[in-house]
Design a protein around this ligand. Structure first.
Ligand SMILES: Cc1cc2nc3c(=O)[nH]c(=O)nc-3n(C[C@H](O)[C@H](O)[C@H](O)COP(=O)(O)O)c2cc1C
Length: 318
């Protein structure tokens, strides 16, 4: 299996996995307008994938050729389910597998998954071994530690597994997203990587708001890659730095909505799509009023009408 990580120029830029955000339609918009170097799916339950409910999970694992290299993110606490789900992901043709070891959501931690694995490094090792056996390039996404920064213990353990890439969201589990990401920890993590596993690529993550900032952070902290999540909401041009006009943004909102309906019309609530409107329709004159109308709309024809009316009344924003 070819290792796409070896072909990436450095620094490289990655669209973060985000549940109910980075679905097929969202990723496709980025692939069309300004593709990042790597895209991740939302996290997907390995236990669900290997169960009879597999069909419900597979909607999270849709991708197009344009989105390559595309990585499937998985979570479970059961090594055997990890192995089996990685085989499914391989069959589906993904370029890589990422294991979620950072999600602080209580429902995930209750299953001994996500950030809970920081408290159980032996289980984390078993999961990595199970996923590695399938042969796709393997990465892990985690946090600095659980209650405190645990670079000397937790991050070290993961690096010792010689995975292809390690993404570190530069906060602890306890910090959730309440404090700013602390990029200064990157220095120590990089030194440790150079010593323990020089082949493992280090990807920094947390609070990056634009591509220039991402490039500066990569330069300052010498990370191999930078992963961006919330900063890219409602902006499929994020990775090029292009600033679209308001009408261009609204055109893309319609394109995104149409693609969402075509892909998930029968399987996902339309409210999942509407969450993106907050980001698309923001920061310009009349945005709030337009957003309210869009949030109240039930059909694409109403959304198109509100946008057409807005554009004809605000030609100067084109
Ligand atoms: C709505 C939402 C959903 C998320 N879902 C996931 C997920 O499925 N898997 C994961 O590893 N991280 C998930 N995260 C965390 C992000 O990938 C990222 O680590 C975090 O938002 C910090 O990066 P940012 O400041 O660039 O957004 C999610 C974050 C948000 C806001």
């Amino acid at each position: 299996m070819s290792d796409f990580y070896k072909k990436l120029k450095k620094p490289f830029f990655v669209l973060a996995p985000m549940e109910d955000v980075t679905d097929f339609a969202f990723r496709e918009m980025f692939a069309r307008y300004a593709k990042p170097d790597v895209l991740y799916t939302e996290f997907t339950s390995s236990d669900g994938l290997v169960s009879e409910g597999r069909i419900n999970m597979e909607k999270d694992l849709l991708y197009s050729e344009k989105q390559r290299p595309v990585v499937a993110q998985l979570f479970t606490s059961k090594p055997e389910n990890m192995r089996k789900s990685c085989l499914i992901v391989k069959e589906l043709g993904f370029d890589g597998i990422d294991i979620n070891m950072g999600c602080p959501d209580k429902s995930i931690e209750k299953q001994n998954c996500g950030a809970d694995l920081i408290k159980n490094p032996q289980k984390a090792i078993e999961l990595i071994e199970a996923a590695s056996s399938v042969g796709l390039p393997l990465s892990v996404k985690t946090r600095l530690g659980y209650n405190t920064t645990e670079i000397d213990t937790w991050i070290k353990t993961i690096l010792q597994q010689k995975i292809k890439a390690l993404t570190i969201h530069l906060r602890t589990r306890k910090e959730m997203s309440k404090v700013p990401a602390d990029w200064e920890h990157m220095k120590k993590i990089k030194e440790m990587r150079d010593e323990i596993s020089p082949e493992t690529l280090i990807i920094g993550n947390g609070d990056v708001l634009d591509i220039d900032q991402a490039k500066k952070l990569a330069d300052k902290y010498k990370c191999d890659g930078i992963m961006i999540g919330r900063g890219a909401y409602g902006n499929p041009w994020f990775f090029s730095g292009y600033m679209p006009t308001v009408t261009k943004k609204l055109d893309v909102l319609i394109e995104h909505t149409e693609l969402f309906i075509k892909t998930f019309g029968k399987t996902k609530s339309f409210n999942v799509m509407k969450k993106h409107y907050k980001a698309y329709v923001n920061g310009f004159r009349g945005a709030k009023e337009l957003r309210i109308k869009l949030m109240e709309s039930k059909e694409i024809k109403d959304i198109k009408k509100h946008i057409a009316d807005f554009c004809s009344e605000n030609e100067d924003l084109a």
